[in-house]
Structure formats: C-alpha cells, structure tokens
Design a protein around this ligand. Structure first.
Ligand code: GLU
Length: 434
C-alpha cells in the first residue's frame, strides 16, 4: 500500500540532499528538514451527524496544519471514503510547498472527513459540514488557518462552514469575531467569493501547459491530450485546452473512460453527464454529443499514447505497476500526489516530463489568496484582474522551475521542490524558529 505521507517525506529527503550543499550551517538545515517531515499540529476527532433516518452516525475527521513559517496555514477540506490521517498529513505538506512555489504568503494545511458524500442527502451533508466547522473552529481564522474546498467539497459547503464558524465563535467569545468570511476561501460569489475561483485550478494548469508547449515547440493542433478525472479541475482544464485548439482524445470519470481520435468537446461531454449519463455511456440525446468513441478503462486511459496526460483525480494512480506503460510525453499533475516516488523515477528514466502537482495545480490556491485579500480589503476585483494576476504568478513560477531544471539538469519535480523547500527553510532560519 502506498502511504502518501511516507511519499511526501521521500520527496523532501531527495531534494534536501541537493539543497544541503548550499547551506553553510548544515546542522541548522538538517534540523529544518527534520521539522518539515511532520505537521506542526493534527486536529483529530469524531463528528456525529443525525441522519434522515433518525440514527446518529459517527465520522472520523482531521485537520493537519503542516507549517506556517510563510503565513497562515492554508488548504482544502476533502470529503471522501478513502481519506486517511496519513493522506491528510501528506496533502498538508504538499500545500506548504504549493504556496511557496507561487510565492503566496501562506503555509500548508489540509482537512478531511472519512465519508462517501454521494451517499448523503443534502441536509445530512449540511449537518456534516457544520459539525466539521465546529470541530476546527478554535484552530482557524484569517490569520491562523484558512480552509477551502478540495475533493467533493463545494462553495455551498464553504458557505455552511462560514456560518457555523461564525455562530460557534459568537457562542464561545460572546462577541462577533472579525471577518469570518476571510476564514474560508472558495466561497460562492454572493458570500465573498472571488470571480475566477471556480475555474482557477484548471486554468492555472492550462497556463503551465502553454508555457511548456512553447519550450517543447508543441503546437495545439498537433498535440493530443488525455485527462483522467472530470470533476471541477479536470473539466476546466479540458475547457481551456479545447478552446485553445488542443486535441482531447481521452476523458474519464470515476465510472469509466472514453477514447476518440477525432477529439472530444468537454462542454458537450458535460452536458451529456448532466443529462444523467456517465463518460463512455451516452444515452443523453444532447445534440452533437461528444461523449462517444471507444469505451476504455481508467487504466487504459493512463496508458494512451498521447502527448499530454493530465491525471486530475486522486493520489497514486501512476505507480510502480503501471509507470513503465505510460506512453505520454508529458504528465501534467492536476491532482495532488498522482505519481508515487517509485513511478517518478521510472518516468524520469523513460524521459517523460512530469510537471508536479505543486506547480501544475497551484492556480486554485492562488485565486484563494486573491479571494482572501479581497475579503480583507472589503474591495472586490473584476474578473480580468483576477485572471491576469493568476496568469502572471503561474508564468513566473513556471519560469523559475524551468531555469532551475536547465541549470541543475534535474527533473521538473526536483526543480520545483528546490525553490519551494529552500524558501520555506530560509524563512524558518530568518525567524530563528529552529
Ligand atoms: N484544495 C485545493 C488544493 O489542493 C485548493 C486549496 C485552497 O484553495 O486553499 O490546492
């Protein structure tokens, strides 16, 4: 079994070996790296929800706060049946690096509840969200820890959490707390959300792809793309890639995958899904439906001979078992932790360029930062401004990575980690906190 937290430690150790020589005080550097191997704090509890049946069910819940040297802890909350404490710890570590990569003033955190939200009614989901917000209320705040959506959590869930957080704090402190809406990001627009947050992760990944394509001299119309996962991130990435003229030949969701060399239009596939079909199983009757082609399995999709493979679902899908069969030229990690360290080595040997998650999917948290900044200012930005600032930060992060990759002749992952980890270690040293 792949343990994502162990994987995150392996990644840190690998880059620390390279960075170590840049530090005069090696002992201090080693101490910082040791500290970064585990989260600062893990909040762990059981939340109870009275179900529609009248029965009370208990769910295990976590919030891992990894590091706050650069600013408040930041990261999403995941509702999924496969959540584990180790997974949440790893995801919080990756958030620290992700925020460092784009240079936004946050540390890293992540939350999770072991639950299959698809089995809950709307009112059960609301109760679960409120119970979780209540559990973490003492440990969050605009300058302490700022949660956001992640897998299976939405703007509506953030809205319930803001409300519950405000009520809980009011009860506890007998007075209104300052700026509760700046405590969560990824909120609906009506409740202080930011324009552009919805599409931010997919769009950020698209900006990275565009810069990479220039370096590799790939032109959209001659570049084939396969995307694993059709949630918010996968859909928006597909939307921009399609609009720019790339050829999407493979798409999948958790229930199946489809392959079509003529190209798939994500908007039409979405319309088909919204009409009740799944990917590869079209019965929608939507005019010009694009959800047609050869039905393949999720694992076949990963092994397609394409230029760009974008895993946009969960961890460990590219692992020691299938890495040798990956035929894509580029793996663009839109999910968090889709490639295990063993698979990473194999891909590197096979000259597959892997653009790591902490860079490729950092667009989401970047616009979360803009949302938080707008909430603190009480002044809201036009969409153009949000999107142009997103592009600016994504492009800069890409160029920093590319320069280090070329200079040190390392993989894109190592180059990205070099700048991310170094920045965090340097801040810890500056603070004298180690
Ligand atoms: N859950 C997203 C991620 O993994 C967004 C986090 C955020 O906006 O804080 O990057």
């Amino acid at each position: 079994m792949n343990n994502p937290h162990k994987n995150s430690i392996k990644q840190l150790e690998k880059v620390a070996e390279i960075l170590r020589e840049q530090y005069d005080d090696k002992q201090l550097f080693d101490k910082a790296v040791e500290k970064l191997k585990s989260p600062d704090r893990i909040i762990e509890g059981t939340i109870r929800v009275k179900m529609d049946s009248g029965k009370t069910v208990a769910f295990k819940a976590f919030r891992s706060q990894h590091n706050n040297a650069a600013g408040p802890y930041k990261g999403g909350i995941r509702f999924h049946q496969d959540v584990t404490k180790e997974e949440v710890m790893a995801l919080s570590t990756w958030m620290t690096w992700k925020c460092s990569v784009t240079g936004i003033p946050y540390g890293g955190a992540k939350g999770g509840v072991i639950v299959d939200p698809k089995k809950l009614s709307m009112s059960e989901l609301e109760k679960l969200s409120r119970a979780y917000a209540k559990m973490i209320a003492p440990y969050i705040g605009p300058w302490m820890d700022v949660p956001a959506p992640d897998v299976n959590t939405t703007g509506q869930i953030m809205a319930w959490m803001v409300d519950e957080y405000e009520k809980t704090a009011l009860k506890r402190y007998k007075t209104y707390i300052e700026n509760p809406i700046a405590t969560f990001t990824g909120k609906p627009l009506l409740l202080g959300g930011s324009k552009g947050r919805m599409e931010a992760t997919g769009l950020g990944g698209f900006h990275i792809l565009e810069q990479l394509a220039k370096k590799l001299k790939m032109t959209p119309k001659n570049t084939t793309v396969a995307i694993q996962g059709f949630g918010n991130v996968g859909y928006w990435f597909a939307y921009y890639v399609y609009k720019a003229g790339y050829k999407i030949v493979g798409l999948s969701d958790s229930k199946g995958a489809i392959y079509n060399l003529k190209g798939l239009d994500p908007q039409k596939v979405l319309a088909c899904k919204q009409a009740g079909s799944t990917i590869g199983n079209c019965s929608c009757g939507v005019k010009g439906c694009s959800n047609k082609g050869t039905k393949i399995t999720n694992s076949q999709l990963l092994e397609l001979k394409v230029d760009i493979l974008a895993p946009a679902a969960l961890e460990n899908v590219i692992n020691a078992q299938n890495a040798k069969s990956i035929k894509a030229k580029v793996v663009l990690e839109l999910a968090n932790g889709p490639t295990t360290p063993e698979a990473d080595e194999i891909l590197f040997k096979n000259k597959v360029i892997v653009i790591p998650d902490i860079l490729a999917n950092s667009g989401g948290v970047t616009v979360s930062y803009f949302e938080w900044a707008q909430n603190l200012q009480g002044y809201y930005w036009e969409k153009d401004l949000v999107l142009s600032r997103l592009k600016g930060l994504m492009d800069d992060a890409f160029f920093r990575m590319w320069q280090l990759k070329t200079q040190h002749k390392v993989s894109a992952r190592i180059a990205t980690y070099m700048s991310a980890v170094k920045k965090v270690v340097d801040i810890m040293i500056l603070r004298g906190s180690i």
